[in-house]
Design a protein around this ligand. Sequence first.
Ligand SMILES: [Zn+2]
Length: 307
Amino acid sequence: MRRRIAVSAVVLLLGLAGCTSTKDPVASPSATAPSASVAPSPSDSPSPSPSPSPSASPSPKPSPSPTRAPSPKPPKTTAPTGPISCTGTATQSKPRATGNGPAGSILKTGTDAVALTFDDGPDPINTPKMLDLLKQCGVKATFCLVGFRARDRPDLVRRIYEEGHTLCNHSWQHLTDLGKRGHDYMLKDLKATNDAIHKTVPDAKIAYFRAPGGNFTTEMVQVAKDLGMTSIYWHVDPRDWDSSSYGRGSAMVRHVISSVEGSVRPGSIILSHDNGKPDTITAYRTLLPWLKARFELIGLPVETPLP
Ligand SMILES: [Zn+2]
């Protein structure tokens, strides 16, 4: 009996640790998704307010990571800096990505082009670093923004937009049970997020939506559609938030690189996180040149959005 309780607790902690896995249990509103230790921004914890009004604030203190074992602190790794170079041309000839996301969401671009998507930001530390790498490689991507963070960092919303990347709504405060809160709540939440983005970039078209945790429901996809947004899932998920399974630092960097390189196909939508994920940024120093040498990389189309 005690063993079963212990196993359940571990499963629960693992579930709470991530925000994007389909394998996650649906987190309760009080769940706190911890961010990496260097994350300067608040965690994805929902505000106790039932209303996704622009005044809703995240809890100010990120919770410590729910690690299972009292392992020693991971060695400090110095993230590499400096410019990267992307020189290859697309030469990949693997079979195209197939399948559909849950509840009518999409997971492929519909062409051979591959779309990078970065979730949960904008993050004051990591988003600029990712933008720098993308600029050095001449690559456009898609940023799925959390509403309150977009409200708090208009400078980064503007930079993402002005540098030609695609904007995506990732809900106001990343409630992974958003789909259970009813039509009106979802509508208010998604609208508040678009409003926060539009306050900075009023002319920007927000053509895509991604459910927190990928927990789409048919009703949620319809609400997004009513607001002019296509719901996007993912074809490749390196689970870069899952440090319980993959570690941190160089171990996570290696994992993200091998996971993406092993799974990507022509047409893949790739999920990664810029918010609080310095190891992901480091991984993309290797991944961007590798991907660009093999695939056409696109920001998801805005003027004629994917259906
Ligand atoms: Zn997310």
